[in-house]
Design a protein around this ligand. Structure first.
Ligand code: SF4
Length: 342
């Protein structure tokens, strides 16, 4: 289906006028909107990835106070950058930002890329972020699509579009004279009006041309998270740890290795430690118990140095890391040998 077919009777010009008119009157006063300086726009876009606006506001000024220029950021110690990022989470973003700053200084003599294509060559800059920076800071006609924009566009055209169809439609509806504002207006609409669970269609600036007018709201309704407590045994001896393999025909994580799940031990006071773990709609509280020999469990003693090569479940990896067994980094061994049989 072409973007024109998806767009149907929606007049792009009219859509842009309505959206930008609303944005000019109602846009939130956010600190990164005060400037089109590429360094500031870039920092804000990286901070905003998977993080709420309120949390970013708290950190944005302090980060820029410590690292007011890309030169200062590039020459900083990583520990300092991570400290300034503290509280924002997803620290890989901070490391990538730092790496990209070094690239800008060492390979581009401190000159920022201007196009989305160039921005994408930098560490930590994906398609969305590159288009956002290039359109806001340099006026490139590159549309952005994230979860918010995708939801808004789906509702506007009243069709379950996905992937490249969404990007094509976003490009078609982008204002070519004000691409940065047009992108920000779409993001603003998704964040403040066309929200996942309760779109405010009565106050929406594009309600006249929106095909679904909230009828697709249910698509985005999140299922409530369930809560569960589970218990796993940690058996160790002679440089090995006891693991079990999930059935090859298991619906989830088939064939992967994990710690043996057990009933809550009644004769012990406290687990070794607890971790939180979420899988789709379930939040688990996981209690790990240090036990001696496994009894009646079909599993294997796995050499600890081989663990990096084993297909471990995410939870097993988390637990083994937390217990100091699984190396936080290091070169994987050459094979995924397992040894011994319980
Ligand atoms: Fe979203 Fe409603 Fe506006 Fe359509 S009319 S874009 S569903 S808020």
């Amino acid at each position: 289906m072409s973007a024109q077919t998806i767009q149907g009777n929606i007049n792009a010009r009219k859509f842009q006028e309505m959206l930008l008119g609303w944005y000019d009157a109602h846009a939130r006063n956010l600190p990164w909107r005060e400037s089109r300086d590429p360094y500031r726009v870039w920092v804000s876009e990286i901070m905003l990835q998977q993080t709420k606006v309120a949390a970013v506001i708290e950190h944005y000024h302090e980060f820029l106070r410590r690292f007011p220029t890309v030169q200062k950021l590039a020459s900083a110690r990583e520990a300092s950058v991570l400290a300034a990022w503290s509280g924002l989470g997803y620290y890989r973003r901070a490391r990538m930002l730092h790496s990209a700053a070094k690239v800008i200084i060492s390979e581009r003599a401190g000159t920022f890329p201007q196009t989305a294509a160039e921005w994408r060559t930098l560490p930590g800059v994906g398609r969305y972020t590159a288009a956002a920076i290039a359109s806001i800071a340099f006026g490139e006609t590159a549309a952005v699509v994230d979860g918010n924009v995708e939801r808004v566009l789906r509702r506007i055209v009243g069709k379950a579009i996905s992937g490249e169809q969404v990007w094509d439609l976003a490009e078609n509806l982008l204002d070519h004279e004000r691409p940065g504002d047009s992108n920000q207006a779409m993001m603003e609409l998704g964040a403040t009006v066309c929200t996942p669970r309760s779109p405010a269609c009565l106050t929406c600036p594009v309600t006249q041309i929106c095909v679904s007018r909230g009828e697709l709201a249910d698509i985005a309704k999140a299922a409530p998270q369930k809560k569960r407590e589970v218990h796993y045994a940690l058996h160790r001896k002679n440089g090995t740890v006891f693991l079990v393999q999930r059935p090859k025909n298991a619906r989830l994580m088939a064939g992967m290795w994990e710690l043996p799940e057990i009933a809550p031990p009644r004769d012990r006071d406290n687990p070794l430690f607890k971790v939180k773990h979420s899988i789709t709609i379930t939040d688990y509280t996981v209690e790990i118990w240090a036990l001696s020999e496994p009894v009646g469990v079909n599993g294997q003693w796995c050499a600890i140095e081989r663990l990096p090569n084993l297909p471990l479940t995410g939870l097993a990896r988390k637990v083994l890391r937390r217990s100091g067994i699984f190396p936080a980094s290091g070169r994987p061994a050459n094979s995924s040998r397992v040894s011994g049989q319980a």
